[in-house]
Write a protein that binds this ligand. Structure first.
Ligand code: URQ
Ligand code: ZN
Ligand code: ZN
Length: 588
């Protein structure tokens, strides 16, 4: 994608060609698969050159990135801007939400179109485009919710994956009974539709029926406070749904993406499924999960406790945040989003007397990168390459934006973060850029934040000054049939198994889940980071990669109904497509 250097952008700002040229010098470029001391030259919104001693036109602006890391802009795969749910509307609209994203180092967001039950998916999509297109400060894509099921929904899914609409992922809910929840039959049908369209199904994995019954029981027992939200849906309620979603995906022979994974039990269920699924399963967690915990639901102040209500909830087990960071580091989880879905205090008050009426959602789009850096890189659990993988590159790969997004390389979009690993700040609602009046990370001191954020070649955070342009972002079409997700089978020898045995790291600490092949690279990474204020105790394998296009996780089950049917004597298994007298509605 290119930008005409003399063009007027949507905000009416004339972009002069000299402003379209930028050299980022003396930084350490970090990609998901390695780091290099090198310079980056940007022109017309595209990375044109990467290297040393570059020959560049006069008048080019230079940013000196000495001592800084130069990383691909973050991709937040999970936001809800301008969403109406549970009788309220989110505080962050597409302008304020994407402005906050950019302030925190995120240069692409993927939001969710969530139709009401019975509403046309195409109408809902059009509505989201209308809300977003003129407001976004960075590029954005859309997932679409399948919140009800019928043949017309399937037809609209088909239209949505076409080139005209550019959607390649659909979210289904196993919770929110009587609102967006699908039963298992409809979930299976929706997964099959995704498989046919080679689109990626996503699930909100919680058992909505158990939650509904537990809610009735808690309210009857007089539990109305926010802690009831947590009590109504404990870890096994999430883990059961993760397992069930994986089973249904396996039956439908489709890859699967599980959004907002919040507990150790859920990650365990995912880990078990990933070992046996025919198709890949991806797990996303949230900044909220690694940055705070479920103790807040017991805060006596309703405002405080309700501000932390999201689904699945934060967990009371205090070891959860670190375990989730470890899971991200060792590839049990692949992505971190924000699920930014912010409601003001007045809206959270809707559940003052009944926890089940508190609008669900928290902040995170602005602080996702800094929180993960603090909890994962500064603690030595993750190195900067893996940080780039889980905050940016993996989302680009899974949603088919790679390598246009998620990579510092020639011809990639110039979405770049100059990250200062020594920059210190304290997160507060008073200082954040989001519209919401509460911050779940309030008072947390973080070391490491963006100094410059470049969106499509435009410096939008300039040495700490936020200078976004409303409407500057573009809608990103995400083509279906993503090669990283749906690559052709090559054989079971394609993917080297991950060695989950503990590993002695160079600084003597022991970590889990590191392939032995990462050891040599770890030493290099540690050396490279010396003197940059970044912990050298990193243990994440830089050598670990997402499955490349064409590679498959063919570990176990090879069962498939269609294969079984093919193998049967067709005289005894009557597969009738268009029998005399009308079409059959089933297989047998
Ligand atoms: O379920 C979600 O993803 C949205 C609609 C609400 N946010 C939340 O509580 N996770
Ligand atoms: Zn959800
Ligand atoms: Zn969400």
């Amino acid at each position: 994608m290119t930008v005409d250097p003399t063009a007027t952008n949507v905000t009416g700002v004339v972009i002069k060609s000299s402003q379209n040229r930028l050299l980022i010098k003396n930084g350490k470029v970090v990609n998901e698969d390695g780091m290099e001391d090198t310079d980056v030259y940007i022109e017309d919104g595209i990375i044109k050159q990467v290297g040393r001693n570059l020959i560049i036109p006069g008048g080019t602006r230079t940013i000196d990135a000495t001592g800084k890391l130069v990383m691909p802009g973050g991709i937040d795969p999970h936001t809800h801007f301008e969403l109406e749910m549970m009788g309220a509307k989110t505080a962050d609209d597409f302008y304020k939400g994407t402005r906050a994203a950019v302030a925190g180092g995120t240069t692409t967001v993927i939001d969710f179109v969530l139709p009401q039950k019975g509403q046309s998916l195409l109408d809902a999509y059009a509505n989201w485009r209308q809300k977003a297109d003129g407001k976004v400060c960075c590029d954005y894509g859309l997932h679409v919710g399948v919140t009800w099921w019928s043949p017309s929904v399937k037809k609209e899914m088909q239209q949505l994956v076409s080139e005209q609409y550019g959607v390649n992922s659909f979210k289904m809910f196993m919770a929110y009974k009587d609102a967006w929840m699908l039963d298992d039959y409809d979930l299976y049908c929706a997964f099959e539709a995704c498989a046919e369209l080679r689109a990626l199904p996503q699930v909100h994995a919680e058992n909505g029926n158990i939650i509904a019954r537990n809610t009735e029981k808690l309210l009857a027992a007089g539990v109305t406070a926010p802690v009831g939200h947590q009590l109504s849906r404990d870890e096994e309620v999430e883990a059961e749904a993760v397992n069930r979603a994986c089973v249904i995906a396996n039956q439908a022979n489709t890859p699967l993406y599980i959004v907002h994974m919040m507990s150790k039990s859920a990650v365990q269920a995912l880990r078990a499924a990933r070992r046996k699924q025919k198709q890949p399963v991806y797990g996303e967690t949230l900044a909220a999960t690694v940055g705070t915990d479920g103790s807040h639901y017991r805060n006596a102040c309703f405002r405080h406790a309700a501000a932390h209500v999201l689904s699945p909830p934060l967990r009371p087990d205090p070891s959860t945040p670190e375990a989730i960071v470890e899971a991200l580091a060792n590839d049990d989880l692949q992505l971190i989003g924000s699920d930014n879905c912010t409601f003001r205090e007045q809206d959270k008050q809707l559940g003052k007397d009944n926890f089940s009426k508190i609008p669900n959602g928290v902040n995170g789009v602005e602080d996702r990168m800094a929180i993960l850096w603090q909890k994962a890189v500064n603690t030595g659990i993750m190195d900067p390459c893996r940080f780039v993988a889980v905050t940016s590159s993996n989302a680009a790969k899974v949603f088919n934006l790679w390598p246009q997004k998620g990579r510092i390389a020639v011809n990639s979009d110039a979405d770049v973060v100059v990250w200062d690993p020594r920059l210190e700040r304290t997160i507060t609602a008073a200082a954040h850029r989001q519209a919401v009046d509460f911050n779940i990370f309030e008072g947390q001191h973080v070391v490491g934040s963006p100094q410059y954020v470049i969106v499509n070649g435009r410096v939008c955070l300039d040495d700490g000054d936020l200078r976004v342009a409303e409407g500057f972002g573009r809608f990103l079409k995400t083509p279906a049939n993503c090669p990283y997700v749906f690559g052709e089978e090559k054989g079971s020898e394609d993917e080297a198994p991950v060695d989950h045995r503990p590993l002695e790291t160079p600084n003597g600490t022991v970590r889990n889940g590191t392939p032995t092949s990462g050891l040599a690279e770890l030493t290099i990474v540690n050396k490279q980071l010396e003197g940059m204020g970044v912990s050298s105790g990193c243990s994440t394998p830089t050598g670990r990669k997402m499955r490349e296009p064409g590679q498959r996780n063919l570990q176990n089950s090879t069962f498939s109904i269609s294969k079984e049917v093919e193998g049967l004597d067709t005289k005894t298994s009557v597969r009738v497509r268009n029998p005399p007298g009308g079409k059959s509605s089933g297989l047998w």
